[in-house]
Design a protein around this ligand. Structure first.
Ligand code: HEC
Length: 226
């Protein structure tokens, strides 16, 4: 039996020395095997098949992605101006809702009903549905002292609202939202960043929170009857 066919056990049992073993390995290593028949053809077929696959997939991709555009135009082009406007309005309200949930709902509650005797409601509040500049100003500076909302008195226990540090755009969104939320039926006026910026600029000197009397002087019609 040639050494090539001997198992490890047999080699060990034959008492072969390490040197001889190494030499034998060197010799075996040098023996060249005949190339396996058909060995070369197989990869060539694969290259061809994969080439075809990549080609076909590219065509498919080009068709489904609108010529490889990263952001293919949506069907928006077929929308009427009214639909576009409705979509934009819906987006604005949902952006406002996010701002509300993150910055106001801890006190005024997610459904805007507030907490009796502590946090006044925004749902059904005429403070919210009148002049949008009033609520903008309250968010910008805060509010303290006694007020009346929906016939109930608040602010007598020393709990006040501090200014809410959010951007003009966030204020525009949240004001637009709360005027329409929870059955509030303010005129569907959209409040823009610029509207907020002008209120901010007009009262930039004012440092502390508003009190009812000051607001009533500025917005007599909005707070009419309060
Ligand atoms: C930390 C609690 C707190 C947070 C947060 C808060 N408020 Fe207020 N808010 C109050 C309190 C308290 C009052 C009443 C202050 C008073 O009695 O003078 C008030 C009053 C108001 C009023 C006038 C009264 C009414 O109910 O209509 C409006 C409008 C208002 N908040 C809107 C907001 C908006 C919008 C946000 C978020 C951007 C917000 N508040 C965040 C506590 C809070």
């Amino acid at each position: 039996m040639s050494l090539e066919k001997q198992s490890n056990e047999e080699i060990r049992a034959s008492g072969m020395k390490d040197d001889a073993l190494v030499e034998e390995h060197v010799r075996l290593h040098q023996i060249k095997h005949e190339p396996t028949k058909g060995f070369l053809q197989a990869p060539l077929i694969f290259v061809f098949v994969f080439g075809c696959l990549i080609f076909l997939c590219s065509i498919q991709l080009a068709l489904t992605t609108n010529d490889f555009q990263l952001h293919p135009p949506k069907e928006a082009d077929t929308e009427t101006p009214e639909q576009k406007e409705a979509n934009r309005w819906a987006k604005k309200l949902s952006a406002g809702k996010k701002v509300f949930l993150a910055n106001c709902s801890s006190c005024h509650k997610p459904n805007g009903v507030g907490e009796p005797g502590v946090y006044p409601p925004l749902a059904g509040s005429n403070w919210v549905t009148t002049d949008p500049a009033l609520i903008t100003n309250i968010i910008l500076k805060g509010l303290k002292g006694e007020i009346k909302v929906n016939g109930d008195t608040y602010g007598t226990t020393g709990i006040a609202m501090n200014s809410i540090a959010i951007s003009d755009r966030q204020i525009a969104n949240v004001v637009t939202y709360v005027r329409q939320a929870w059955g509030n039926e303010a005129d569907p006026i959209e409040i823009f960043e610029d509207d907020v910026a002008s209120v901010r600029a007009e009262y930039s000197e004012k440092q502390d929170q508003w009190v009812f009397k000051q607001l009533k002087d500025i917005y007599p019609e909005a707070l009419f009857g309060d």
